[in-house]
Design a protein around this ligand. Structure first.
Ligand code: E4P
Length: 221
């Protein structure tokens, strides 16, 4: 499973990229607004920090304007993926951008029917939002299972990757991996939580205390 980080915070991205475990980045207009700064400069800097796909979202809602914005965003760097919303205009823009060789992430997906349309429109990624579905009492992870099953039924024609978005906790990541989703885009705080386990901390403390008693040092040899 690929791990993308879901943020426009350069410092966070730099820090997480240094782990070598980061496969890409997703941003959206809300994350860009939260982070501040010039959108183009921020995205350019992110693209230089990671070699994998960096999603930057269009803000137009009409197809021709979306395509124009998408083309402009794609000029920022070769690893840009243009994000468009899951509307009829967004699907048409996806098709047009994809035909022009630009990778597209179709975002704001909340149903399997929408995910099928995104695949047919030539999306590289579809982003189903699990957390926002859970928030309204629906089962976000059930949607991931459904989309993965549907896409797997058409291996010859569907190459769209399921990018699990709106992740709220580590279990979302684990469940998505069990279902075979291709990518999870994870907020920095949740990404850091993935490593945490109290028994790891306790075990390490015990090993170090016992090692201390031997009076030895590996690098002293
Ligand atoms: C990423 O592509 C999505 O825009 C993001 O995961 C949405 O997350 P949220 O529901 O926490 O805003």
């Amino acid at each position: 499973m690929k791990f993308f980080v879901d943020t426009a915070d350069i410092a966070e991205i730099r820090d997480l990229a240094a782990t070598g475990l980061l496969d890409g980045v997703t941003t959206n207009p809300s994350l860009v607004a939260k982070n501040g700064g010039d959108f183009f400069e921020v995205v350019k800097e992110i693209c230089a920090l990671v070699s994998g796909p960096v999603s930057a979202e269009v803000t137009a809602i009409e197809v021709d304007a979306m395509v124009a914005e998408g083309r402009k965003l794609a000029e920022i760097a070769p690893n840009i993926t243009v994000k468009v919303p899951l509307t009829w205009d967004g699907l048409k823009a996806c098709r047009s951008l994809a035909q022009g060789g630009i990778k597209v992430n179709v975002t704001l997906c909340f149903s399997s029917a929408q995910a099928l349309l995104a695949a047919k429109a030539g999306a590289t990624f579809v982003s189903p939002f699990v957390g926002r579905l859970d928030d309204i009492g629906q089962n976000g992870m059930a949607l991931i299972g459904e989309i993965c099953t549907i896409y797997r039924n058409y291996p010859e024609t569907i190459t769209t990757q399921v990018l699990v978005a709106s992740i709220r906790h580590p279990l979302h990541v684990i469940e998505a991996a069990k279902l075979g989703a291709h990518v999870a885009t994870i907020p920095p705080k949740i990404l850091r939580l993935l490593v945490a386990h109290p028994l790891t901390d306790k075990g390490l403390a015990a090993f170090l205390a016992d090692w201390e008693k031997t009076g030895q040092a590996i690098l002293a040899r």
